[in-house]
Design a protein. Structure first.
Length: 658
């Protein structure tokens, strides 16, 4: 039985390390050799390009676009889509993803005279919520990496990686799926760069052959790594003296000549759907890995959300523009295309200094056009009134040693004044007589590695080589009543500056809100997590515990926590401060058991925070926590950032919607 081999190539002129002045060189050194190789050897390559990159190539070298059009309409190649721009779908609102796919299809038809049926998931950052959006846009199949979803599902059979499957969406939708493999395309790169020889590479490929039908991806990654180096990385391999496209040609010549191998187009793999082991309905995501991403652990969702030169700042600005456009009847398709471009991934990683300056100017101009360049009003008033209890107050506040007790007809809160007004306990009598969340004290768990205090409602900033900064310091709160709600405010000194906190308890709305204002002149590289929420394990059943949120789709994605053990915020290495995250693209997170839930809300246009979950099984109990993160550390992080800003979230205990 011949092993079917397929290849697809990702072309991206927005690649972060490529300067604008280098684009013509990339087309000549990388893009033309790809088409010439496909033409000369009649290779059924898949060629995946964003519509923005196609437009940019057409402006520089229209002959290349004409050759691509001929190869995918009359020649052996097929075109694979992704959208107008390379947007990280699980980090943006569903409407932006819809626009990206819709405009991409329109521009593909204009430029190539066709609409692609297969899509590559951008940066292989997948979420179940994206599946219906791909289908609605007209895509009939996806390409997604095998390695990381398979790691999250040890029950999957290894044979499935050679066969097409179905990816299941958040609402039960299904889309055919073929697999890319990170190790496979990295093997090609190593061979081309001279780190292994052709006989070694051929042995690697042939090791995947079997007596049953199989398809194997030869290559599924960047083209710009062949016969071109941006000159920005210390780890760049030198250009091979023999010529890298010559080595690629020799590799494909050997593959074509081998009697046990057959070259096929990516879409041809779908014909194996009726084979044994194919056609399984798979959920690629899990609670521990809610957004699988390609390659090693440093490539995770945080890479485009809260690291880079200032991902948090530019993502927040994009959210403000989005909200202004959504509220307007004047936004055109060109406006939506511009926002897709401004939200694309490569401005959020290793972007050059010159392109960063150009991008910031373009973003600022577009924000100004939509009157989205002004920050929202401050959350915490500059001064509070004196402690005065209204005669008709339904909420009573009293001091009991280190605690401040807030007693209403619905809510009972206890705040720890020695620990920065952290939340000691929260009871909502409409949900449970038990505290739903708060502090788990030192000694609650017998195992020594868990013998610590686990607070709620606090912040932690950690920077390499420096002492941890928290707001868990003594504070004397001020209490006021406004419109029937009680406000509890305190100012906390930290090593980086003053932190103002304010709790607002509003029984009429069933809402408890915590607001922060950080008077920090600047923040160094590091991790800033705040709004921690620690569940009371005695209030929620372990076997039905789950969380829900949106990761770029319209539908809530649901993740069961029973028997799971993970921590999204655990570092990957000294350089990578976290390993997974949640997009929170509708500004909400829900967690609870089959009976009750805590809903957490935040405003993405104030701060485009994302979420981290930790769930640890400890003896016969568990430790489950959620927090927001506004800043993390990885290899793309650059420079100090302005530290003064507001942030706010609300807690709404309730029953499940479904």
């Amino acid at each position: 039985m011949k092993l079917q081999l397929f290849s697809f190539f990702h072309l991206n002129l927005a690649y972060s390390a490529i300067g604008v002045e280098q684009r013509a060189k990339v087309i000549e050194n990388c893009y033309w050799p790809l088409l010439r190789l496909a033409r000369a050897r009649q290779l059924p390559f898949g060629i995946e390009v964003s519509a923005w990159t196609l437009e940019t190539i057409a402006a520089i070298d229209p002959a290349w676009l004409a050759e691509l059009r001929d190869l995918v309409t009359n020649g052996p190649c097929e075109f694979i889509g992704c959208g107008y721009a390379q947007v990280i779908g699980p980090l943006v609102p569903a409407e932006l993803n819809e626009a990206n796919f819709r405009i991409g299809m329109q521009r593909y038809e204009t430029l190539l005279g066709m609409r692609p049926k297969m899509a590559l998931v951008n940066e292989q950052a997948y979420s179940a919520g994206l599946v219906p959006l791909y289908l609605e846009a007209g895509y009939e199949s996806l390409i997604m990496e095998w390695n990381n979803p398979a790691r999250a599902h040890p029950d999957w059979r290894s044979e499935w990686r050679y066969l097409p499957q179905y990816a299941c969406g958040a609402g039960g939708e299904e889309i055919p799926l073929i697999w890319n493999k990170s190790v496979s395309f990295q093997k090609v790169q190593r061979y081309v760069h001279g780190e292994m020889e052709l006989d070694e590479y051929m042995a690697y490929v042939l090791a995947h052959a079997a007596e049953t039908p199989r398809a194997f991806p030869i290559y599924g990654n960047d083209v710009e790594v062949f016969d071109f180096r941006p000159g920005r990385y210390m780890t760049e391999a030198p250009l091979h003296a023999f010529g890298e496209w010559q080595r690629i040609d020799a590799m494909y010549a050997a593959l074509q000549a081998h009697p046990s191998l057959e070259m096929v187009a990516p879409s041809a793999v779908l014909s194996l759907m009726d084979q044994p082991g194919a056609g399984n309905r798979l959920h690629l995501e899990t609670a521990a890995y809610p957004v699988p991403v390609k390659k090693q652990d440093k490539y995770n969702l945080l890479r485009w959300a809260v690291t880079g030169r200032d991902d948090m700042g530019i993502n927040t600005q994009c959210w403000r523009i989005f909200e202004a456009m959504r509220a307007s009847s004047e936004a055109t398709e060109s406006d939506w295309a511009e926002l897709c471009y401004l939200w694309s991934s490569d401005f959020r990683t290793h972007i050059t200094e010159a392109r960063w300056a150009q991008y910031r100017e373009r973003l600022a101009q577009f924000a100004n056009r939509w009157r989205a360049d002004e920050p929202p009003p401050e959350l915490i008033p500059a001064a509070s009134a004196a402690f005065t209890v209204p005669s008709d107050a339904t909420i009573q506040v009293s001091r009991a040693g280190r605690f401040l007790d807030v007693q209403g007809t619905r809510f009972t809160l206890r705040l720890n004044c020695l620990r920065g007004m952290s939340l000691e306990s929260l009871i909502d009598r409409t949900v449970s007589d038990l505290s739903l969340c708060g502090t788990i004290h030192h000694g609650y768990f017998d195992e020594i590695q868990w013998a610590a205090d686990y607070y709620s409602g606090h912040l932690v900033f950690e920077s390499p080589g420096r002492a941890k900064v928290t707001d868990l310091n003594a504070v004397e709160p001020e209490v006021t009543w406004v419109d029937g709600a009680v406000l509890i405010k305190g100012s906390i000194k930290t090593a980086l500056g003053l932190v103002e906190k304010q709790w607002r308890v509003d029984e009429a709305q069933g809402r408890i809100t915590l607001s922060y204002r950080l008077h920090w002149p600047e923040m160094d590289l590091g991790s800033l997590r705040l709004g921690h929420l620690t569940l009371n394990p005695e209030a929620f059943a372990a076997d039905t515990l789950r969380y829900q949120t949106h990761n770029g789709g319209r539908d809530l994605e649901s993740f069961n926590l029973a028997h799971s053990d993970f921590d999204h915020g655990a570092p990957v290495s000294f350089l990578i401060s976290a390993n997974q995250a949640l997009g929170l693209t509708a500004g909400e997170f829900l967690i609870g058991d089959s009976n009750s839930v805590i809903r957490v809300e935040t405003d993405k246009k104030r701060r485009a925070a994302i979420g981290l979950v930790s769930h640890r099984q400890i003896q016969n109990s568990y430790l489950c926590r959620f927090s927001f993160t506004l800043k993390e550390l990885d290899d793309t992080s650059r420079g100090k950032h302005e530290g003064g800003f507001d942030f706010e979230f609300s807690l709404l205990p309730q029953g499940w919607r479904d």
